[in-house]
Design a protein around this ligand. Structure first.
Ligand code: SF4
Ligand code: SF4
Length: 352
């Protein structure tokens, strides 16, 4: 694993990023009428490296909100009619510049679902392979950030190829992988910095940022609870009472991966799409028979929190399925707060 530091004078930043466009399609934070989002950057658009938080994470870079996955020719005179074939897509090198460390960690959690030893989702995996993640440490964590409780934090390196630290007039860049090295090279950034001194600077910045996160969420007892006890606990009706099933919490979540499949026919072409879906919608689990195993609001809310805080934890033994970005807390129109739910689940004792 490569691990070295370089410094990037901010005066050289724009030129370097523009140079990288010869090799990479760039994604990064941009603000429009819908707030800050991580999106594909137009030829003359720079990533906004001073953003505080983004409404949506970078998950759509690998898992678009709507993605063509297969198509078939319906013309019966064609030899291959009605045979589903993988839709063409561009998997040339791309880089997400300015991704927050907790969002990079979220991609590693999603990877556990899409890239397993038994099954590889080819769309997600090909996009992942094509992508370089250039992280930007969070000097000023927002009020909803509880990433230090979820095994990430403002300067976490997991899932990143480069970690940038904003040091006023320059970026200190920690090159973590060969992909990160290649991106720095494509930008023409190569001013070597002393590794020991740089790490000390980074640690000071990390500690200062971590100290600003005041929200802590207990998760230490979740593993020892039994699924059935939590499933049958008496608090779910209260938690779910005000939920309007809008699905916002799942769409903004960098670790949510539910999708639905839709076919669309236009003239002689059948295209199959996969679209983001949400476990908060009653339609998500409604069977063709009309039966719905999660037809009640409480069942759906319980599913979302049990998946994130218990099923995932038990299945992968790799922490909870939440990176503490706080987006769902900030965006929920009725103030349902995963921090409170985690606390309730963590402290729950079954009454005999
Ligand atoms: S954002 Fe809030 S109201 Fe909407 S589905 Fe999620 S928990 Fe329910
Ligand atoms: S559950 Fe909420 S806080 Fe956790 S990663 Fe998803 S959006 Fe962020």
């Amino acid at each position: 694993m490569i691990m070295r530091f370089i410094t990037i004078d901010k005066k050289d930043w724009t030129k370097g990023i523009d140079k990288s466009r010869e090799t990479y399609q760039l994604f990064g934070p941009v603000t429009d009428q819908n707030g800050c989002q991580i999106k594909a950057l137009g030829a003359d658009v720079q990533p906004e490296m001073t953003y505080s938080d983004s409404v949506l994470s970078a998950k759509s870079v690998l898992f678009p909100q709507s993605e063509k996955i297969l198509n078939a020719n319906l013309d019966e005179t064609a030899q291959d009619h009605h045979i589903m074939k993988r839709a063409e897509a561009d998997y040339s090198p791309r880089a997400v510049v300015g991704i927050r460390p907790f969002d990079a960690k979220a991609i590693q959690l999603v990877k556990m679902n899409f890239d397993t030893k038994d099954y590889r989702d080819p769309y997600w995996c090909d996009a992942y392979e094509a992508t370089t993640f250039v992280g930007l440490g969070v000097n000023q964590p927002g009020p909803f950030d509880f990433s230090t409780s979820t095994g990430t934090g403002p300067f976490s390196e997991e899932g990143l190829d480069i970690l940038l630290a904003d040091m006023d007039h320059e970026y200190l860049a920690k090159l973590l992988t060969p992909k990160g090295e290649a991106f720095a090279k494509a930008c023409g950034f190569d001013t070597e910095a002393d590794a020991k001194e740089s790490q000390i600077k980074l640690d000071v910045l990390r500690k200062a940022a971590e100290d600003k996160i005041t929200s802590t969420v207990p998760t230490d007892k979740l593993a020892e609870k039994t699924i059935l006890d939590l499933h049958e606990a008496n608090f779910w009706d209260d938690i779910a009472f005000s939920c309007i099933n809008c699905g916002t919490c799942t769409y903004v979540c960098p670790t949510c991966w539910c999708f639905d499949i839709q076919d669309e026919v236009k003239q002689n072409v059948n295209t199959r799409f996969r679209n983001w879906d949400t476990c908060m919608s009653p339609l998500f689990t409604r069977h063709a028979t009309g039966h719905n195993p999660r037809g009640e609001n409480t069942q759906r809310v319980r599913q979302r929190f049990m998946h994130k805080l218990k099923y995932f934890l038990d299945k992968y033994n790799s922490g909870i399925m939440c990176v503490g970005c706080g987006r769902c807390v900030k965006s929920c129109p009725v103030n349902i707060d995963i921090r409170e739910v985690a606390k309730t689940m963590n402290g729950y004792e079954k009454q005999n």
